[in-house]
Design a protein around this ligand. Structure first.
Ligand SMILES: [Zn+2]
Length: 311
C-alpha cells in the first residue's frame, strides 16, 4: 500500500495518463519514401523494438526495453514499422513476431510495465504494440478479400488486387466518472471483474454518435442516471487491441440509481473519505495505475490512492 494524500488536495499540474506519455517525433513525413526508410534502417544508430502479442524484450532492474540492432536480423522491409526519431535523430523501428529472450532478458507485458517506463520507452511500446495488433488482423482486403501489403513504414496497408488502402483502426471508447451535486463519484462493479473491483463506467462509441452522446447513453443504460453536463478530461491509447479511451467527467443532478444487472452487479456513490475507508477495509479494489480509469478516480480524489496488486 502506497501513501495517500488528504482528500481534496489537487493533483499537481495535470500529469497525463501513464500510457499517454511519449517523447518521440513520429516523423510521418518520412514514411512514404521507401529509399529513405532503407537509409534509416541502415543507420548504425538505428534501434529495433521487437514486439509480440503485447510484449517486448526487456531486462534490468528497473526494467528497460532491450533494442535489437537492425544488422542482427534481416527484417523484410514490409515487416518493419517505422516509429520515428528521438531528439538526436536516432531512428526507431518495430518488428512484430515471435522472439526468444536472450540470457537475462524477459518478455515484458505493456500492461504490467508500461506505467513504470520512461516516456520515450512507453511511447515506443504502445505505438509498436498497436501497429502489431492492427497488422495481424488486417492481412486481407475488407472489400475484395485479396491479400494486403504494408506500406508507409507500416502505417497503412494496400490491397494488391483492388488497391483499397487501410489505415490503423481505432475503436473509440468513452469512460466517465459521474459525479452528483455533493461531488460524490459513481463507481460500478462489472459482472466480469474480481470481487470488490470498482471502476468508472465505460462503453464503446457507436456509429453515428458523438463521444458526448455515448457518455449520456451509456450512463443511462448502465445505471439509469440522466446526465446534464459532460466535460472532456483526456485520452489514452489502449492497444488491446485497438481502443482509444476518451475520458469524461459527467454530472447527474438526480443520484437515484437503476442498475442494469446485465453489465453491472453493483454501482455505488463514494465520498472521498468513504472511498478511502472502503479501500482500507478491502471492500473496494481500484483499477490498476495503467488504466485511465485510475487516473480519473485520482483526479477526482485529488491525489494518489492506495495501490494493491495489478489486475
Ligand atoms: Zn481489395
Amino acid at each position: 500500500v502506497t501513501t495517500t494524500q488528504c482528500p481534496g488536495v489537487p493533483l499537481a499540474g495535470s500529469a497525463p495518463p501513464l500510457l499517454t506519455r511519449a517523447a518521440l517525433d513520429r516523423a510521418a513525413r518520412l514514411r512514404a519514401d521507401a529509399a529513405g526508410q532503407d537509409r534509416l534502417w541502415a543507420d548504425p544508430r538505428a534501434r529495433v523494438l521487437r514486439v509480440d502479442a503485447g510484449t517486448a524484450l526487456g531486462s534490468g532492474d528497473p526494467w528497460a526495453l532491450a533494442y535489437a540492432d537492425p544488422e542482427a536480423f534481416s527484417a523484410d522491409p514490409a515487416l518493419r514499422y517505422f516509429l520515428g526519431l528521438d531528439g538526436d535523430g536516432v531512428p526507431y523501428f518495430a518488428v512484430d513476431g515471435p522472439f526468444s529472450p536472450a540470457a537475462g532478458q524477459s518478455a515484458l507485458a505493456l500492461r504490467r510495465i508500461g506505467p513504470s517506463l520512461p516516456a520515450l520507452e512507453v511511447g515506443l511500446f504502445v505505438h509498436a504494440v498497436a501497429l502489431g495488433a492492427w497488422h495481424g488482423r488486417h492481412r486481407f482486403c475488407p472489400s475484395c478479400g485479396e491479400p494486403t501489403v504494408p506500406e508507409a513504414g507500416g502505417h497503412s496497408r494496400a490491397c494488391g488486387s483492388c488497391g483499397l488502402k487501410q489505415f490503423p483502426r481505432l475503436d473509440p471508447a468513452v469512460i466517465m466518472l459521474v459525479t452528483d451535486d455533493e461531488d460524490r463519484a459513481l463507481l460500478g462493479h462489472n459482472t466480469a471483474w474480481p470481487a470488490g473491483r470498482f471502476s468508472t463506467l465505460a462503453g464503446f462509441v457507436e456509429v453515428g454518435e458523438s463521444a458526448e452522446q455515448a457518455v449520456v447513453r451509456e450512463v443511462a443504460e448502465e445505471v439509469g442516471l440522466e446526465i446534464d453536463r459532460v466535460e472532456y478530461e483526456g485520452s489514452q491509447p489502449w492497444p488491446f487491441p485497438s481502443s482509444l479511451m476518451l475520458a469524461y467527467r459527467a454530472h447527474a443532478s438526480d443520484p437515484r440509481l437503476r442498475v442494469d444487472h446485465d453489465e453491472l452487479t453493483a454501482a455505488r456513490w463514494f465520498t472521498r473519505p468513504g472511498l478511502l475507508d472502503a479501500i482500507g477495509r478491502g471492500d473496494v479494489l481500484l483499477p490498476s495505475s495503467v488504466s485511465i480509469a485510475r487516473w480519473q478516480v485520482e483526479r477526482w480524489y485529488g491525489g494518489p490512492l492506495p495501490t494493491e496488486q495489478d489486475w
